[in-house]
Structures are given as structure tokens and as C-alpha cells.
Design a binder for this molecule. Structure first.
Ligand SMILES: NC(=O)c1ccc[n+]([C@@H]2O[C@H](COP(=O)([O-])OP(=O)(O)OC[C@H]3O[C@@H](n4cnc5c(N)ncnc54)[C@H](O)[C@@H]3O)[C@@H](O)[C@H]2O)c1
Ligand SMILES: CC(C)[C@@H](O)CC[C@@H](C)[C@H]1CC[C@H]2[C@@H]3[C@H](O)C=C4C[C@@H](O)CC[C@]4(C)[C@H]3CC[C@]12C
Length: 368
């Protein structure tokens, strides 16, 4: 826990604080924010691990709530100096309806903004996503791009659409007068594919490999590169932005920042094998084992099956038309805007990020 001679006087609220990224942000705040007096964790599903956090010098307040319920959000925000809005429905597998995704990701974000305005909270950090930019529906690659790189951001899928709408709401809210007359200062962070301890998709792919006798099969060319970022570095960027937003409001207010670190650019599966390989899995094939048209057919069949089975059960495999298109489109970022604007440097090296993630996979049930 952070201890400092600096007066502990700030109240932070983290929405979605019990999720994959949220938990890392919560723990990072407790370790590295010396001015933290109270940390409120607002989530639809509170984790049992929160109890262990209540023994330190910082007051930890767990709030079970729903961002789609404006009154619950307003009650949680009231009195907070900083809101870090992480809560969201991260669904590209067709589990939730487009309506629900919009309600949570867009209306929920609007509720957070209005709560800040109504209660006088001045600083709002929003967890956006790379998908606000792309890949777009045309499959245009985004190669080593940055926050200013021109790119035709065209989305049809409910999830990226919702993230793009929510991000726009947050950025447009920058400068609004909050209760008490001070300006609201907002910014948005755009992580690429986050990996690390607690990453559910990595866990699902690992167990899929175990079920297939320790093998995974290459379906995407090695040339398709994805930018990935370690969850600890994304958490650190959130803590730093929330701290610096107060002193650098004129520069940072209304800005977007990609989350980045030194993780290597690789295809999605080659990158995952950095962690799954040392845990006993093998990626079969140096080239895709199936022609792309067959993958498209299989993905389409999965989507059809999902639709047909929906009245009976939820069928949500990894492969669907959207995930295939994402996996098959290069999207990498190369930027230093966060470093230039608020002195961000990754807290964890690639080697450390890799080791921590491997240890996490190794500790999973059923790991070799
Ligand atoms: N995982 C990634 O690779 C990635 C990449 C870029 C951006 N993001 C963004 O980061 C944020 C967190 O993603 P994650 O991967 O940790 O997802 P997650 O599903 O692990 O965490 C989301 C959290 O939000 C909570 N939540 C969902 N609906 C809610 C509601 N209606 N009210 C209150 N809480 C609610 C969930 O209970 C969960 O704890 C999301 O906004 C996502 O868009 C994630
Ligand atoms: C079945 C194969 C084609 C397999 O390779 C599919 C992989 C697929 C599940 C992932 C490929 C790219 C991932 C997405 C990307 O890392 C960025 C994302 C943004 C973030 O906001 C949410 C998660 C995600 C959409 C992530 C989801 C899994 C992939 C689609």
C-alpha cells in the first residue's frame, strides 16, 4: 500500500473495478497513488477479493451497482474527485444483444458524465479502445499508426460502435461546467489488445489447446500483426493520467491516448504462444492450415448456429465473422503521445510482462 507524507485527501471512483483491467487499476491505485484517501469500486459484480483490500490505510468502499441506472451512478460519484470509468460490456462473441451493449457502453457512459456534472466531480478518465479506430469493416490495415494517423473508422459491429460513441461523449464533455462552476476535464485511453493475469480469452484459448491434446492450429498468417499491451502498463497509464490530468488540464483535457508498451508486434496467436508455449502448448503449422474462404464459411456457419440455437442455449465460439476479420487485419500502434503529454513510461518491461503472464497461466487449473 502507498504511504506518503503527502496528505491523503483524494476520493477516486473506479467503475468496472472488478473486471480484468479494473482489478489491476484498483490494486495499482492502492500501491501507487499517495494522495488516495478513499477508493470507491463500483461494479455490477463485486469480487470477493475486495475484502482483503480493506485492511490498509486507504478507505476501500465496494459499491454494487449498474452504470445503466443513473441514480446509482450519481450516488457513487457524489464526492469523488476523480472518476476512472472502466465498466463496459466487452462482447464481440454475440453473447449480449446490440441493445444491451449500447445501454451499458453508451448510456452508461452518459450517466457517468452527467453524474460528474451534477455532483461537481472535475476529472474523468475513460477506458476507450483501439477499436474506436479499427480495424474498419473494409479490413484496412492500421500499421504502426498513432493518435493522428488518418484512418477511415467505419464500424458496423455493436461493440466498436458503442466504444466510439462513448468516447465521443466523453471528449465532447470536456470543458462542461460541473456543479460549483469548475470545468469538467476528460480524457480517453485506447488500449490495444490487453493481455496479462486474468485475461479470460487467453484462458479460453489455453483450455481449448488442452482439449486438443496440447495443440493449437494456425489459421492466420504470421504476417498479420497485432499490437498488444500488458494489463499492468495499461493500469499504470490510468493511474498516471488521473494524477496528471489535474495539473495539465489545458494540455490533456479532451485528448485520446493509445495505451502502449514494449510488447512485440506479432499475429494474435503467435503472441499468445509467447505464454502458452512455455505452458506446454504447440502451434501447429508455419502457414494457415485452412484456406481463408473456408474460415469465412466456418465463421459464418458459427454465426448462423448462434442465431438458430439462441432460443435454446448460448453458442458463442471464438470464431465468428467479426473476430476472424479482426484477427486477420493488421492493427499496430507506434506512438509516444502519452510520454510527451504526461511522462508515461511503461512500468513493466516486455520480459517482466511475459514472465508474469506465463506464471499466471501456469497457475491455472489443469496447467501441465
Ligand atoms: N480487454 C481488452 O483487451 C480491452 C482492450 C481495450 C479496451 N478495453 C476496455 O477496457 C474496459 C474493461 O475491459 P475488461 O477486458 O477488463 O472487461 P471485463 O469484462 O473483464 O470488465 C468489465 C467490468 O465492467 C463491469 N460491468 C459490466 N457491465 C456493467 C454495468 N452495467 N454496470 C457496472 N459494471 C458493469 C463487469 O462486471 C466487469 O467487472 C472496457 O471498457 C473495454 O472496452 C478492453
Ligand atoms: C479463431 C481464430 C480466428 C482466433 O485467432 C480468433 C482470435 C480472436 C478471438 C481475437 C483476435 C483479435 C482479438 C481482439 C483484439 O485483441 C482487440 C480487442 C479490443 C478490446 O476492446 C476488446 C477485445 C478485442 C475485441 C479482442 C477480442 C478477441 C479477438 C477478436
Amino acid at each position: 500500500m502507498a504511504s506518503s507524507t503527502q496528505a491523503q485527501k483524494l476520493v477516486y471512483l473506479v467503475t468496472g473495478g472488478c473486471g480484468f483491467l479494473g482489478e489491476h487499476v484498483v490494486r495499482m491505485l492502492l500501491q501507487r497513488e499517495p494522495q488516495l484517501q478513499e477508493l470507491r469500486i463500483f461494479d455490477l459484480h463485486l469480487g470477493p477479493w475486495l475484502e482483503e483490500l480493506k485492511t490498509g490505510p486507504v478507505q476501500v468502499t465496494a459499491i454494487q451497482g449498474d452504470v445503466t441506472q443513473a441514480h446509482e451512478v450519481t450516488a457513487a460519484v457524489a464526492g469523488a474527485h476523480v472518476v476512472i470509468h472502466i465498466a463496459g460490456l466487452v462482447d464481440v462473441f454475440g453473447r449480449a444483444s446490440p441493445k444491451t451493449i449500447h445501454e451499458v457502453n453508451v448510456q452508461g457512459t452518459q450517466n457517468v458524465i452527467e453524474a460528474c456534472v451534477q455532483t461537481g466531480t472535475q476529472f474523468l478518465v475513460y477506458t476507450s479502445s483501439m477499436e474506436v479506430v479499427g480495424p474498419n469493416i473494409k479490413g484496412h490495415p492500421f500499421y504502426r499508426g498513432n493518435e493522428d494517423t488518418p484512418y477511415e473508422a467505419v464500424h458496423k459491429h455493436p461493440y466498436p460502435r458503442s466504444k466510439a460513441l462513448a468516447e465521443r461523449l466523453v471528449l465532447e464533455a470536456n470543458g462542461r461546467k460541473v456543479h460549483g462552476g469548475l470545468p469538467l476535464v476528460t480524457c480517453a485511453l485506447r488500449p490495444t489488445g490487453i493481455y496479462g493475469e486474468g485475461h479470460q480469452i487467453m484462458k479460453d484459448i489455453y483450455y481449448q489447446g488442452l482439449r486438443l491434446g496440447g495443440r493449437l492450429f494456425r489459421v492466420i498468417p504470421t504476417s498479420v500483426e497485432h499490437g498488444r499491451v500488458y494489463v499492468g502498463n495499461v493500469a499504470w497509464m490510468h493511474v498516471l493520467v488521473a494524477r496528471e490530468l489535474k495539473q495539465r488540464a489545458a494540455l490533456m483535457g479532451g485528448q485520446v491516448y493509445f495505451c502502449y508498451d514494449k510488447s512485440p508486434y506479432k499475429s494474435y496467436m503467435d503472441f499468445n504462444m509467447e505464454f502458452l508455449g512455455p505452458c506446454g502448448l504447440r502451434l501447429v503449422g508455419t502457414r494457415p492450415l485452412l484456406p481463408y474462404w473456408l474460415l469465412v464459411l466456418l465463421a459464418t456457419l458459427n454465426a448462423l448456429l448462434q442465431w438458430l440455437l439462441r432460443p435454446l442455449l448460448l453458442y458463442a465460439p471464438l470464431l465468428n465473422p467479426y473476430t476472424l476479420a479482426m484477427a486477420n487485419t493488421t492493427f499496430t500502434v507506434s506512438t509516444n503521445k502519452a510520454q510527451r503529454h504526461f511522462g508515461y513510461e511503461p512500468l513493466f518491461s516486455w520480459e517482466d510482462s511475459r514472465t508474469r503472464t506465463i506464471h499466471w497461466v501456469q497457475a491455472l487449473e489443469g496447467s501441465a
